[in-house]
Design a protein around this ligand. Sequence first.
Ligand code: PMP
Length: 359
Amino acid sequence: MTEKAPKLRAALDGIPTYKPGRPPAPGGPRAYKLSSNENPYPPLPGVLETATAAAGSFNRYPDMACTALLAELADRFEVPVTHLATGTGSVGVAQQLLQATAGPGDEVIYAWRSFEAYPIITQISGAASVRVPLTGGEDHDLDAMADAVTDRTRLIFVCTPNNPTGNAVRRAELERFLDRVPGDVLVVLDEAYREFVRDPGIPDGIELYRDRPNVCVLRTFSKAYGLAGLRVGFAVAHEPVAAALRKTAVPFGVSQIAQDAAVASLRSENELLKRVDALVAERGRVLRELRAQGWTVPETQANFVWLRLGDRTADFAAACEKAGVVVRPFAGEGARVTIGEAAANDLFLRTAESFRQEP
Ligand code: PMP
């Protein structure tokens, strides 16, 4: 045995490991998990049956090309199959996009606060993060983001709706931004929550990508489709970005169970989207009640709400947990609370109300 330790890349120094939303404490009282923006509905019986059937051949590698899934997606979104790439969750695809575009000396721009994984996967790539603060109203400051572009910029994440604030970028602002960004910078529209959007002023990234070769849209089966545990996401992008995603893919990164369940979900879309409608209705109720209680809450288009709590964040999260709901605190800033079952939302609302009344 030598005294030496393996040499690790200096770029990894100081990278925090990704912190997932916490489940209820083991052995503690029963609590609802509202900390990971998951879909509270259990799998549809037909989707579960398909996944179970696929599990019967897990001694075999999956179809690496995800042929059936890509064909289904191409049909669903009216895009060429060569403009699609799947990955291990959309966060896996985001990481592949960075591998394909950015390295030491390069820059990656994103709004802050936004999705926790952006700084982590950017730092892993070796590129530098350029964080552009959200506006006072918690919106992307797209003008400032366009101003931040330099000749080192390789990729820009636009998270819409934004995690954790829930608001989405509007059509005119996004189009103006896309017109300003040079064509050799990849703009990634992260639309993990797209199916929850109801405001007609919020554009569909897949429409914007069509005549813009530097735009890539990220979507996932984890949220509206309820397949978070199966890890399947996808990108819509022109060649050669889609080709680069095929090159950077972890071989066999999407299991056959995940592929078949995703296909079955697309085929059961009507039923799944009814569940999304029910969650959107709950979101409306939660938002109305919070505002009636006196909270200022951004106009969420996702399956969660954002409460800016500052110093009271940890206390609020603890109070929620005591009441039976686990939320997602961001220390010193606020709490993100997933829209769950009505009973869970009620517990959260009750806590919000009592908390509000505290001095
Ligand atoms: N993008 C955003 C904005 C998210 O909030 C999440 C999940 N929290 C993801 C991507 C990743 O989702 P998944 O990897 O499950 O597709």
